[in-house]
Design a binder for this molecule. Structure first.
Ligand SMILES: NC(=O)c1ccc[n+]([C@@H]2O[C@H](COP(=O)([O-])OP(=O)(O)OC[C@H]3O[C@@H](n4cnc5c(N)ncnc54)[C@H](OP(=O)(O)O)[C@@H]3O)[C@@H](O)[C@H]2O)c1
Length: 254
């Protein structure tokens, strides 16, 4: 039985990954401020990593402001790497975003790229999973794109996926041998970003109007048509947005 520490193991993806790894017989330990492990201060990191074979980082910054998110991913990753080295960890897995490396006008994506560079330069065998946007993220995308009663969004293509499928991909990668490269995972369908959010808000009974606006930025990034899409080697999962909505329609935003 291998010991796997899941940084951010209480989050949306982390909690699902912990459940999947545990069901497959691994000792998966969620580690986050809720369990006394803080990657920004280093509190609890050495203790939780003692005897661990693998560390998986699926944490996220509480603030998406440019400086905050860069500080979060660089400080946290530097601390995790130091503690993982000291503990003799032999596999470092992290979750990042499809296309992060080409969306450098976005402070969030710059921080994810910085996180990935620290990991790939660490000398610890690693695997990076790049996922497309989660269906669960529709509400957050709408929130950042809202101007008055309207939601301004680019018609750029997006191939989103269910968090459950992301967790399956991450759990499989974490339980496997280090790949020392990045793999991409995505959902089954290319959709317009504007149409995705329009459909999601309508399903939630949200009254906001989605306006198609090719000048609209996405988390600080002006999008080109295929910027959010994965490459031809991506592993595709089956869950479709319309199918997911039947049981997961987001609650209306007040
Ligand atoms: N949203 C998308 O569409 C998308 C697409 C591709 C990739 N991703 C990536 O997916 C990852 C996971 O996202 P998510 O939505 O599952 O995150 P989430 O639900 O917001 O969970 C964040 C996790 O990070 C933990 N955390 C926060 N501050 C911490 C700290 N100082 N030390 C240790 N842990 C800390 C939280 O712990 P507490 O519960 O204790 O606060 C929580 O477990 C992110 O890295 C993101 O970049 C997201």
């Amino acid at each position: 039985m291998s010991k796997i520490v899941v940084i951010g193991g209480t989050g949306l993806i982390g909690s699902k990954v912990v459940a999947k790894l545990t069901a497959h017989g691994h000792e998966a330990i969620p580690a986050s401020p809720n369990s006394g492990v803080n990657t920004l201060t280093g509190e609890g990191l050495a203790e939780v990593l003692t005897g661990a074979d693998t560390v998986l980082d699926v944490s996220n910054s509480p603030s998406f402001a440019d400086d905050d998110v860069m500080n979060f991913f660089t400080v946290a990753t530097t601390n995790i790497i130091a503690a993982a080295r000291a503990a003799g960890v032999t596999h470092y897995v992290a979750l990042s975003v499809v296309g992060a490396e080409r969306m450098l006008d976005s402070g969030y994506q710059r921080a994810k790229v910085a996180q990935e560079k620290l990991i790939t330069d660490s000398g610890i065998p690693f695997s990076l999973v790049h996922a497309t946007q989660f269906f669960e993220f529709v509400k957050s995308i709408a929130a950042t794109a809202t101007v008055g009663d309207e939601v301004h969004l680019s018609p750029a293509l997006i191939q989103p996926m269910a968090a459950e499928d992301v967790a399956t991909a991450v759990a499989r990668t974490t339980a496997g041998a280090p790949l020392n490269r990045t793999i991409e995972v995505a959902g089954p369908d290319e959709l317009g970003l504007d149409d995705l959010i329009r459909t999601g808000l309508a399903a939630a009974g949200d009254p906001r109007t989605v306006v198609t606006d090719s000048e609209a930025t996405y988390f600080g990034q002006k999008l080109t048509e295929r910027m959010l899409l994965p490459g031809p080697d991506a592993i595709l999962f089956d869950t479709r947005f319309e199918q997911w909505l039947q049981t997961n329609a987001p609650a209306p935003t007040k």
